[in-house]
Design a protein around this ligand. Sequence first.
Ligand code: PGA
Length: 249
Amino acid sequence: MRQALVVGNWKMHGSRASVDDLLSDLVQGSRIPGTEVVVCPAYVHLAQVQAACISASISVGAQDCSHLQSGAFTGEVAPLMLSDLGCRWVILGHSERRQYHDESDEIVAAKLSAALDAGLQPIVCVGETREQREAGSAEIVVGAQLQGALTGQTNLETLVVAYEPVWAIGTGLTATPKQAQEMHAFIRTCLQQIAGVDASATRVLYGGSVKVNNAAQLFAQPDIDGALVGGAALIAEDFLTIINAASAP
Ligand code: PGA
């Protein structure tokens, strides 16, 4: 039995004041049995969020980390710095990192290895572009991203995979529950073929315009174990509704 997981990716949003406001609503409302909740603020807000969530049932994650452990790498944040802060999770290979920072599967793999060494729980993102879907190559792309990131890794017990079709992120377009379920089932088949991964125990999240009005239908699919939520995670009421939908039997 895989526990439902809902992760809020706050991206490059917020000020100290708005983060406080969002957290006060979330901390009050998020004691929802059955669903694990994670929020991923910008680096500069991690300590503030960590302090506010310490007695709440919300864990904290980063949106990225370096593939290096320390050294003269201006602007980078090492995975050990994150775990030292009390941060438990890290998102890796988000399509915005792949698109705007040229992150290849090799870099994602190196980041994953460094994050696991630092004891972080990784959320590895995969997903195809609109052109790739229209060309019929969505599964080939996603399969290659999984192979590229996961092959040869060890200690993958805490691995979470997020399927985020690039065409659905921030666009208001969502994969239909059927489209999402088909890809999630395919991802689970791929995971079965990767050494060191327990495919039946690994949680696979859906991400891409998850909203209050589509969350329940997505969560009803057998291979969708929760969501990676962007825009709707910045609105406490919406995020709490999505968490509740994930907890429904
Ligand atoms: P969105 O973002 O919910 O705003 O589409 C999801 C994500 O990028 O993780």
